[in-house]
Design a protein around this ligand. Structure first.
Ligand SMILES: Cc1ncc(COP(=O)(O)O)c(C=O)c1O
Length: 353
């Protein structure tokens, strides 16, 4: 057996999932032990008394158009966090398999691996080279890893991994590891999405989310794009009705053309504000370095990170302190806010004693 399915847990390769009730709304539903009545205040389209569509078929078709991938390569999940978790569960045998992560990066890759009982191999990003991935080091260390997690743009450093580097990693790890590229912040970047590489790499998995650029973090909606066989395996592991119908209905509202256009304009504005925030931070005496970012945040090194975080907290502003993470000494991540919020944070940092 070859291909990415050969990397899945042997006990799950022909796993038979629970059979969810058919979603048909136009028929009389006496097959799912639902309640026959709905609340007077239930203003949902589907009715909260009914189980949601187990496959989120309509939403999946629309999202496939948006991300430029065939619908059978998409799995809608409860945010990317859920996708990361289900990947670890599908590919890692507890106590045996390992995943590879490139710190400093998003913490959930290692957490999901540990929850699954998988080991974690760390190949740190090269701080001296703008937090680039070292392909040779990564491929050498990936021997024995089932999943390689890459994050582009990377949280919290903000840099992207070039498409040719991702393609090379996928090639060199073909039939050895699944390469997951987490593109949670892709919309804020000018770099092309790894979705373009998918047709040529069956071990490539891409994660997108509606939490960032689409302002739906509260609805918990993520999208995993992978080989259809991988999508089928992961879907079999998810609970039978993973996505609540209010969340599906919210997502459908987002996908109306005007709502998408609005989100696109908001992203452009956030990118412009990110540039201004980064430039202003670089001019502050309390800041020693600002990294160029392709996300909706900026990473800066402070002469006294603790003081920066505490000064902002005292005025009601939360920042994310990374100063105790290896490679990020003195560093704080600041999310791009609206004009007033950015002005306030700059004012506080400027006045810092
Ligand atoms: C790189 C990265 N991936 C995934 C997530 C989680 O996204 P979601 O809200 O879709 O679970 C985050 C959240 O901050 C993130 O920074």
């Amino acid at each position: 057996m070859s291909g990415p399915l050969s990397l899945a847990r042997p006990d799950l390769r022909d796993f038979v999932p629970y059979e969810a009730a058919a979603p048909d709304r136009e028929l009389i539903r006496l097959h799912a032990n639902e309640s026959a009545w709905r609340h007077g205040w239930d203003d949902s389209v589907a009715g909260l008394n009914r189980y949601p569509d187990p496959r989120a078929e309509r939403l999946t078709t629309r999202l496939a158009e948006i991300y430029g991938a065939p619908a059978n390569e998409l799995l809608v999940t409860r945010g990317s966090d859920d996708a990361i978790d289900v990947l670890a569960r599908a590919f890692c045998v507890a106590g045996l398999d390992r995943v590879l992560v490139c710190p400093p990066t998003f913490g959930m890759y290692a957490i999901s691996a540990r929850l699954q009982g998988a080991g974690v191999i760390e190949v740190p990003l090269r701080g001296e080279r703008g937090f680039a991935v070292d392909n040779n080091e990564l491929v050498a260390a990936a021997a024995g890893a089932k999943i390689v997690f890459l994050c582009s743009p990377n949280n919290p450093t903000g840099n992207v991994i070039p498409a040719d580097a991702i393609a090379e990693i996928c090639d060199r790890l073909a039939d050895k590891a699944v390469v997951v590229v987490d593109e949670a912040y892709a919309e804020f970047s000018e770099a092309p999405s790894a979705v373009e590489l998918r047709p040529n790499h069956d071990n490539l998995v891409i994660l997108r989310t509606l939490s960032k650029a689409y302002a739906l973090a509260g609805a918990r909606l993520g999208v995993l794009i992978a080989e259809p066989a991988v999508v089928r395996l992961l879907r079999a592991i998810l609970p039978p009705y993973p996505l609540p119908s209010p969340c599906l209905e919210v997502a459908e509202r987002l996908l109306a053309p005007e709502a998408l256009e609005h989100a696109g304009r908001e992203v452009s504005d956030a990118v412009a504000r990110r540039r201004r925030l980064a430039d202003s931070l670089a001019g502050l005496p309390c800041v020693s370095r600002v990294w160029p970012s392709q996300g909706n945040f900026v990473l800066a090194r402070f002469r006294d990170a603790d003081l920066a975080v505490k000064s902002c907290r005292a005025r009601g502003v939360l920042l994310r302190d990374f100063s105790r993470k290896p490679g990020l000494e003195g560093c704080v991540r600041i999310t791009v806010g609206d004009e007033d919020q950015n002005r306030l944070v700059l004012e506080i940092l400027e006045q810092m004693k």
